[in-house]
Ligand binder design. Structure first.
Ligand SMILES: [Zn+2]
Length: 569
């Protein structure tokens, strides 16, 4: 009974810690200190910008433009507007949207400059786009980013600026990054100010809530990320996410700057994904906590960049991750090998003289592989049942994400129960654990060798699990239980963002966490009768299939982008 109690308490604690770690901070009120970022202050701009849909070329877009120019001038900026013609593809999209000005509209990017003490050295630029798609008020995308940029500029007194601050509020981002592409175009085609941009902070959204992650950097981020780690309180950033994003076809205004070799950081929140480009993305629906988190991180890094004696030099890419949203740990790629050596040494201490047998190790490896395969197969199959097998509305799939996450969670539980039901009779605490450790360790070595930026995802829980197991003899089950609470919350936090990022199409990706989960839980698992395990697996699969059918058969979500109903985006 105590074993069951320990297991349940561990899982509940891990779940609470994981949920806590993915929740945005509380929004600060309008009465917050002047040097702090206040979401409530920023909301005043969000309400004006997102009063109505304001796509490029529309009268609403012109009204937003006029408001932003006034606001920037009041904040001490000299402001100009850079007009760029729309390429044919962008005009086609405006036409699809039914815009009456598709032939004459221009991308009207606002370029604002506020000088610091040194007018010559490279400047710091903060960027967001003020256009919305057709049919969405765009309170998140990207009124939140624009309002955050203004609140960041307000919170930094001009007298404290060691170098110049530029605000680049682009237009026609939704039509193919037109404003940003024109500003950052190479040579004389681009804006003269672009040559002075030393570092760029971009703020975006793809949804209406959740924590804002720093998901993209420019080239050579080593020193920049050290500055980020030292100055951004309450951070969300992971070098694996940066690498995964590089592999995705997505782009933001940051892309043209990055192509030009400009360093920087790119933030976005992607929770409440159903609000992406949605007619329901109103100021009232916007998650104030998400706005707070986006702006507070933007302020911390912008202030650090504006006041540092020198901008960070280009340095080899670093490996980094936040630890459950508390602090960032960043180190050069080679340090990852030391983490793995430490984990192996602790694992050695844990199993030394424990009388394990080779067949138990083999059984541990087999269980880990079986759990991962079962998770992947079930997640893939049930996701097809949920509608991924046919051409479905992308925005409807985004709206279904909370259900798709529960679906994957249930299937992972089912896969675990199936693995335990099918496991052979070669069981021992240390033998099977060593097998599971070996499996995860092998994966971690492969990741460290091929993609060191992704290594913390496995290496950190591995280190903690080995520490917990090494202390097991002295402290009892509480040591591996604490390790499991941290490891599961850490992996769960990442799995949540994996689901938000690629969940509707590829939920099976979470299977990479399966061997890790089993290793963390192994010291705590009581023996389960085979029939009980099979029954539990069956119940979980039936529930997940029920959710999948609900997602498949329910009517189109009212949140889907209006234009997605006209054509097949
Ligand atoms: Zn956007």
């Amino acid at each position: 009974m105590t074993k069951w109690l320990t297991l349940v308490v561990t899982i509940v604690a891990a779940a609470l810690l994981g949920v806590w770690s993915v929740r945005p901070p509380a929004p600060l009120p309008a009465s917050a200190a002047a040097d702090r970022f206040s979401a409530e202050r920023a909301m005043a701009d969000v309400r004006i910008i997102a009063r109505a849909p304001h796509p490029t070329g529309s009268a609403e877009n012109a009204a937003v433009h006029a408001h932003l120019v006034r606001r920037l001038e009041a904040l001490g900026f000299s402001v100009r507007t850079v007009d760029a013609p729309l390429p044919p593809k962008s005009r086609d999209r405006l036409r699809e949207w039914g815009s009456p000005v598709a032939d004459t509209a221009m991308a009207r990017t606002i370029v604002a400059l506020r000088p610091g003490q040194d007018p010559v050295s490279p400047l710091v630029a903060v960027m967001a786009h003020y256009d919305s798609v057709w049919g969405s008020p765009g309170a998140a995308d990207d009124a939140a980013g624009v309002a955050a940029a203004l609140e960041v500029a307000r919170a930094i007194p001009q007298a404290s600026q060691r170098r110049d601050l530029a605000l680049i509020l682009t237009d026609a981002e939704e039509l193919g990054l037109v404003g940003a592409r024109a500003f950052f175009a190479d040579g004389i085609a681009g804006d003269p100010l672009a040559t002075r941009v030393g570092v760029l902070v971009n703020m975006e959204t793809r949804g209406g809530g959740g924590r804002a992650a720093m998901f993209e950097t420019g080239p050579g981020n080593g020193a920049l990320m050290q500055l980020f780690a030292a100055n951004v309180a309450d951070p969300a950033a992971n070098s694996l996410a940066v690498k995964i994003y590089e592999l995705l076809p997505n782009s933001t205004d940051f892309t043209p700057a990055k192509l030009r070799g400009i360093p920087g950081v790119n933030f976005a929140f992607i929770g409440d994904a159903g609000l992406y480009h949605s007619p329901l993305a109103t100021p009232e629906a916007l998650d104030r906590g998400a706005l707070q988190h986006l702006g507070a991180q933007g302020l911390d890094i912008t202030r650090a960049l504006l006041t540092a004696p020198a901008l960070p030099e280009r340095a080899p890419d670093t490996v980094f991750s936040d630890v459950l949203g508390t602090i960032i740990i960043a180190y050069p790629a080679w340090v990852g090998w030391l983490v793995l050596v430490a984990a192996a040494a602790l694992a050695g201490v844990a199993v030394r003289g424990r009388g394990w047998r080779w067949r138990e190790i083999v059984a541990g490896v087999a269980d880990g592989v079986a759990f991962a395969l079962a998770t992947a197969v079930l997640a893939y199959g049930v996701n097809m049942l949920s509608g991924a097998d046919r051409k479905s509305n992308y925005y409807d799939r985004l709206a279904a994400l909370p259900r798709l996450e529960w679906q994957v969670l249930l299937l992972m539980a089912a896969a675990l129960a199936l693995t335990l039901a099918m496991a052979g009779r070669w069981r021992s605490l240390h033998g099977n654990w060593l097998g599971l450790f070996g499996l995860n360790f092998t994966l971690a070595i492969a990741v460290q060798a091929v993609l060191p930026a992704g290594a913390p995802v496995l290496a950190w829980p591995l280190l903690v699990a080995a520490l917990g197991m090494a202390l097991h003899a002295r402290l009892g089950a509480v040591a591996p239980a604490l390790a499991a609470v941290f490891g599961i919350a850490f992996a769960g936090n990442l799995a949540h963002f994996v689901m938000l990022g690629i969940g509707p199409g590829m939920p099976a990706a979470v299977a990479v966490f399966a061997p890790l989960l089993l290793m963390l839980l192994w010291p705590l698992l009581p023996p389960v009768p085979r029939r009980t395990a099979l029954l539990a697996a069956l119940v979980c699969i039936v529930l997940a299939a029920g959710l999948a059918l609900w997602v498949r058969l329910d009517p189109l979500a009212p949140s889907v982008a209006v234009y997605s109903l006209k054509n097949g985006y």
